[in-house]
Design a binder for this molecule. Structure first.
Ligand SMILES: [Zn+2]
Length: 320
């Protein structure tokens, strides 16, 4: 006997209608039935950036339809706030990470060309306001990580003295945010460009702040650097950059070496579009290409790979 054929047909119909409406609520639709097979988890994207200002909702709807969950990652206060604003609209499948990216710290020592896609208001922050970021992190239960934080030496001053000061400022910004992650018991999304040696050294020297859970996002490094991160117990994040030829980097060898249970997949959208898709804006929908490529390198069935990496992401972010 179902609710329609019970002795209360009218009430049954109303109840049925209510259930139907609840199931069809945006966001809930994608996460209502907790089945993690055939799911993908883009663990690092930026629908909170200007590139998606006009259509992030439509992009998210498409992702949820295709069972792709996402984490929008902040790079400064404004984009962190935006990531939360977006995540709060969905009951499942959309999350936020907050943090101050090293290139958004105004050291006053170097002129950086910052991507306009990221900027809505003012471009850089002079210092890290611990309390302000802490309150932001606590403002929503959709905040599941601190990031992206770390070191970036791509734009650096020329003189030795300035270079040292520049590195010191990034170092203390990084440590402050590791402290925040520790206090809030949140995993860390690490950004590291041309600075693996220093980042590893900072972590070794400050073992009290070594994150329990961290991911080396968009990993571009040697096998030796990779080994260090794995020794720390970190996860390794791969995106469309693996399709590029980068001198001195052998992605196949690196991917081969990372145990399956430590791999997270991501897109870093709107950036790092897989090259065969041309110059179009990257979106989390393209995480499938990253998954396909890595499952081929690892020689495991695609379905198995997506299931494993989704499970990895859920464990990493502490999602039940
Ligand atoms: Zn990013």
């Amino acid at each position: 006997m179902d609710i329609y054929s019970s002795g209360l047909p009218k009430h049954g119909r109303i109840l049925g209608k209510i259930i139907e409406e609840i199931i069809n609520l945006p966001g809930l639709k994608a996460g209502f039935f907790k089945c993690f097979s055939n799911m993908l988890f883009d663990t690092h994207c930026h629908l909170n950036f200007r590139a998606f200002r006009d259509d992030y909702d439509a992009v998210i709807e498409k992702c949820l339809e295709k069972k792709i969950w996402i984490v929008n990652v902040g790079t400064k206060y404004e984009t962190s706030k935006k990531a939360i604003e977006i995540a709060d609209k969905y009951s499942e499948g959309v999350f936020a990470a907050i943090g101050l990216h090293p290139i958004h710290l105004d050291t006053g020592l170097v002129k950086m060309k910052i991507d306009q896609e990221e900027i809505e208001f003012k471009s850089r922050e002079e210092s890290f306001d611990y309390q302000k970021y802490k309150e932001l992190a606590q403002s929503s239960n959709r905040v599941i990580a601190i990031g992206e934080i770390g070191l970036d030496y791509y734009w650096r001053p020329k003189t030795k003295k300035k270079k040292e000061l520049f590195k010191e400022k990034q170092r203390s910004l990084f440590l402050e945010q590791l402290k925040l992650a520790k206090e809030l018991k949140l995993p860390v999304i690490l950004h590291c460009r041309m600075a693996h040696y220093d980042l590893i050294e900072i972590l070794l020297e400050n073992s009290d702040l070594l994150p329990q859970k961290a991911v080396a996002h968009s990993f571009v490094g040697t096998k030796e650097e990779l080994k260090k991160y794995l020794e720390f117990g970190f996860y390794i994040g791969f995106n469309g950059i693996i399709f590029k030829d980068i001198p001195g980097i052998n992605f196949k060898e690196v991917i081969d070496y990372v145990p399956l249970e430590r791999i997270l997949i991501e897109t870093d959208a709107p950036y790092l579009t897989p090259p065969f898709l041309g110059n179009e804006r990257n979106t989390p929908l393209n995480v499938i290409y990253v998954a396909k490529e890595i499952s081929n390198i690892k020689k495991i069935p695609f379905d198995k790979f997506t299931e494993l990496t989704t499970e990895n992401a859920r464990l990493f972010f502490g999602l039940a």
